[in-house]
Design a protein. Structure first.
Lengths: 364, 364
């Protein structure tokens, strides 16, 4: 197994599109029925968040996200020899927790845009963002526990553990903003909590609902955890060099928010003239506006496109971009290797590999 | 069974003090160990919220609240014939959910004081209030589910249901602020969700962990639900006429926040000159400051003590104070009557009655 492959994998685009579509098609009706249980106006606010209606309440066909997690949860059930349907409550529960964290994180971080639209706190106010986030979290547990089985209890326990890590990761993310230096290890730990834990849970939850033992579930989680780290490394690349048309975010999005993401942290750790110059620039930026991304405006106001471009060029020159791209491929390789330790139908393994390939090369 | 008794019950003060103390003594070490699991700085923020440290991190012996819920959870286990210890994880889980809701509600409502101290969002900022609330909610499920038993799964399901009602109640509370009129029935429904549901869960959770069947648990919840409504009716009285020294809140606290609490709603529904005059005054107040308690300041600024006193006097003259006191006694009677439908040791029944008596006559 190569641990640092130098080329991106080739992706079976049609197979991945079909898997994502299946995840969406099978989980969305159950997700919508769950959201319909919420008392008004929380049902409306949640429907806006998911892109089912617009800010004025009219039906919309919004961008509900890539839906990688539901696709994984259904494959997870099949990996344990169960029908994909068995994974649906798990897929819905994971999506509910994911969206609970988006609602709260957007508010905490002051992010005004998500999926090309104003965030919930911008449209419906902070109180609704808090409240509907809480409701989605509770709903996630409800969906699983009302199955009333021993497996559902085990699945809920894993989901709870993942949710706690998600919260730990957000706490680390917030505290890192106020520090001048963050190590690459700290950044990876934070991203493992913020992104790895819930992706890992998506990959085990269907199997657990399908009766898999803990060893199988843990190995599937290892695949999911490293997949999550690959996913986040790519997200960090897109956060600086992504096409705003594709990502739905502003140009230089993570630089505007002063995020200590992997490319930045790796560039600062690299040493050399570009690394030092970047360090001086970011320290001066922080001094000029100590509130950084936590400010009400949410970004480093007054900077021109050229100034952001200069910072991005220094990150690239110091090697932060290439290191992060390599890291995505390293994590991809470790994820795919974990699949060999689980006994599962060859067709399912191939589909999990295809999804991992997709995660590394995606543009949004 | 009298449905509208006219006198408050006599309370066995020593027995109630012993029960509350036992609940606190048995649950606090487990609660502290649970909070210690949180990643920094969430552990510190939570310790501040619970009153274990002050705003500067020094050990404190703060007021952790009345601790009615832990006392009920232990009695709940005993009602099912189990040892009180069996109820401890339930007591801790319920306390965690209760405090999750306090952290988020104080932020949503803009409340600056709780238990004689600045609220978490005032001291540690809104992001920490959101994040630590989320963490306590997750921790509640974790504490129960790591027991790994079928009973723990059933207990978590009941706790999840109660939490959803809690959130529904907060949503109703927020939406009622923006409405000119709220019916007594709407107010009671909101209070049943906001206060009744979690108290009900406290009274069933120990029994469920002790192996009680669903019928027994449901009947115990009926006691808890009506106890919660009695509790909230008394809270609403204390929110207007309570002694600030005892309650830890400002004078006329609920009037400052324009809360549509039971005495207000009942007074407005009563008809007659005082009721009409009150309605005119409150409508004029709302017109002058449409943001009401949701404003940044959190209260109706610029009002004098005399103006609040005048409003309180009108509520009393219209009968809102007496109606609410009667309602507390009605709900108390229904709660106590529910206990007759559960087969339990006479000593435990007497203690549950004593706690119900206490709830109705308390001054804080």
């Amino acid at each position: 197994m190569p641990t640092a492959p130098s080329a991106n994998p080739a992706v079976d685009t049609a197979a991945v599109a079909a898997l994502l579509e299946r995840g969406r098609t099978m989980s969305t009706p159950v997700l919508r029925a769950a959201v319909d249980r919420l008392a008004p106006p929380m049902d409306t606010v949640a429907a806006y968040h998911f892109g089912w209606i617009d800010a004025r309440g009219r039906p919309a066909d919004g961008d509900g996200g890539k839906a990688v997690r539901p696709a994984l949860a259904l494959l997870s059930a099949e990996a344990a020899g169960a029908a994909p349907e068995v994974g649906v409550p798990g897929a819905v529960a994971v999506e509910l927790v994911h969206n609970f964290s988006l609602l709260h994180d957007d508010l905490m971080d002051g992010d005004e845009q998500r999926r090309h639209r104003d965030t919930v706190w911008k449209v419906h106010g902070p109180a609704q963002a808090i409240l509907v986030g809480d409701a989605l979290f509770a709903l996630a547990n409800e969906i699983l526990l009302e199955l009333g089985t021993v497996e559902a209890g085990r699945a809920t326990r894993r989901l709870t553990r993942a949710t706690r890590k998600l919260i730990d990761g957000q706490a680390q993310d917030i505290s890192y903003e106020h520090r001048e230096r963050v190590t690459v290890e700290e950044c990876l730990e934070m991203e493992g909590n913020k992104t790895g834990a819930l992706l890992a849970c998506a990959v085990s939850i269907g199997a657990v609902l399908g009766g898999a033992d803990d060893r199988t579930a843990d190995t599937l989680e290892a695949y999911g955890h490293h997949l999550g780290l690959a996913f986040q490394a790519v997200d960090d690349l897109l956060g600086i060099w992504g096409d705003p048309e594709a990502t739905g975010k502003q140009t230089w999005s993570d630089l505007r928010q002063r995020k200590k993401s992997l490319p930045v942290v790796a560039a600062l750790a690299a040493g050399g003239p570009a690394s030092r110059r970047l360090g001086e620039l970011l320290a001066a930026d922080a001094k000029a506006d100590p509130d950084g991304r936590s400010s009400a405006a949410g970004d480093a106001d007054g900077f021109s496109e050229e100034e952001f471009a200069a910072r991005a060029a220094l990150i690239e020159e110091a090697g932060g971009r290439e290191w992060t791209a390599q890291e995505a491929r390293r994590q991809h390789a470790v994820a795919v290797a974990a699949l060999d330790r689980v006994d599962m139908p060859e067709r399912i393994r191939a589909q999990l590999v295809a999804l991992a390939d997709f995660v590394v090369v995606r543009k949004r």
